[in-house]
Ligand binder design. Structure first.
Ligand SMILES: NC(=O)c1ccc[n+]([C@@H]2O[C@H](COP(=O)([O-])OP(=O)(O)OC[C@H]3O[C@@H](n4cnc5c(N)ncnc54)[C@H](O)[C@@H]3O)[C@@H](O)[C@H]2O)c1
Length: 333
């Protein structure tokens, strides 16, 4: 059976829930036979490796290591979920600081050991910030780094499909941009429900305004709901979507959802956030989402929220002030 490419894919955080599921998805989609698993937790990493052998997949050259220099040598693609998930008693700031520090190290490791990597997908949270920090320290070009940001859009589609009791594919073009969760910017003007524009239905008897607000809350709480139902944070959906991003980057099937990318668009600068994006072998292309004026206002609010998170990371001393970014990475103007 054929592979999409024979280039080397590295999965960081492969001992974890998302990382190990990314591996299984990449193998099932037969992206490449050459996959290297990295995680500092070597015992769990061996467990992931062993389980994949037990699946009985043919044709793979699978390796694992807790030595990042070995993992990254000659890497063509890197995807990383290697960071902490938020646990009880942990503040958002704790997660932000810890994972931003991991992202700074990831960036330095890319610069040192994988300077010729083609693309890096960052998954660990808060992904917009960890992606930005990785980009700055890696020295890569902005189109070479993207982040997983599709889950609000896929959750919006599933909530709408459940509300209207329709199959998922009757709900089209659900796009959320900007930051994740509370700060997402829903662009309902692009969405159709069984071919009817969503904006024509909102506020009618078919879909009262209060139901629309409640539905958006369910989207925002989508991740929390999975924790309540399953007793742990989501892992199958982020793993699947991250590897589908990688498939598009390797030249395979297009990725239909927004991804997080570095934006240099006027009014949305010096930030990584979900925009109207296309992934291909050339990396990620970023455009300002098309929307009506109140959607763009919400996007602006979301951008400002991400700027305040970014500024927290600057104040923590993890990344320098914006006017010094080009010294760290000359591709950032
Ligand atoms: N972007 C998204 O939409 C999205 C969705 C869900 C979860 N996440 C995030 O993904 C991350 C991973 O979640 P999980 O459920 O797989 O967690 P997990 O705890 O199961 O796995 C994390 C793995 O990362 C490893 N790790 C720790 N430090 C590392 C480092 N410096 N380099 C490489 N690996 C390292 C750990 O040993 C562990 O095996 C979390 O930050 C979570 O919040 C993101």
């Amino acid at each position: 059976m054929k592979f999409l490419t024979s280039e080397k894919l590295v999965i960081c955080g492969a001992a974890g829930m998302i990382g190990s599921n990314m591996l299984q998805t990449a193998m099932m989609l037969r992206l490449t036979p050459n996959i290297v698993l990295y995680d500092p937790y070597i015992k769990g990493l061996e467990g992931t490796y062993e389980e994949m052998l037990h699946c009985g997949f043919d044709g793979f050259n699978l390796q694992y290591t807790d030595d990042i220099s070995v993992a990254f040598r000659d890497a063509d693609y890197i995807v990383s979920s290697g960071g902490a998930a938020r646990k009880a008693g942990m503040t958002r700031e704790d997660l932000l600081k810890g994972n931003a520090e991991i992202a700074a190290k990831l960036g330095r490791d890319i610069r040192n050991y994988a300077p010729d990597v083609k693309h890096v997908v960052v998954v660990f949270n808060p992904a917009d910030i960890t992606g930005l920090v990785t980009l700055l320290y890696s020295g890569l070009q902005p189109h070479q780094v993207s982040t997983l940001a599709a889950l609000d859009s896929t959750r919006l589609r599933s909530e709408l499909a459940k509300y209207f009791k329709l199959p998922l594919d009757k709900v089209k073009n659900t796009n959320t941009y900007g930051g994740h969760g509370e700060q997402m910017a829903v662009f309902s003007s692009s969405t159709t429900i069984d071919n009817l524009p969503l904006n024509k239905i909102i506020g009618t008897d078919v879909f009262p305004e209060e139901d629309w607000h409640a539905l958006q809350q369910r989207v925002i709480q989508g991740g929390k709901n999975i924790i309540e139902l399953r007793g742990r944070s989501s892992f199958q959906s982020p793993a699947y979507l991250s590897i589908k991003m990688m498939e598009a980057i390797m030249g395979g099937e297009a990725f239909p959802w927004p991804v997080g990318a570095y934006s240099n668009i006027l009014g949305y600068q010096n930030i990584m956030m979900a925009m109207d994006t296309q992934l291909s072998k050339e990396g990620v292309k970023v455009h300002l989402p098309k929307g009506i004026s109140n959607e763009l206002e919400v996007l602006k609010r979301s951008y400002k929220h991400l700027c305040s998170l970014r500024d927290e990371v600057i104040n923590m001393g993890i990344i320098p002030p914006i006017n010094q970014w080009s010294e760290l990475n000359p591709h950032i103007l």
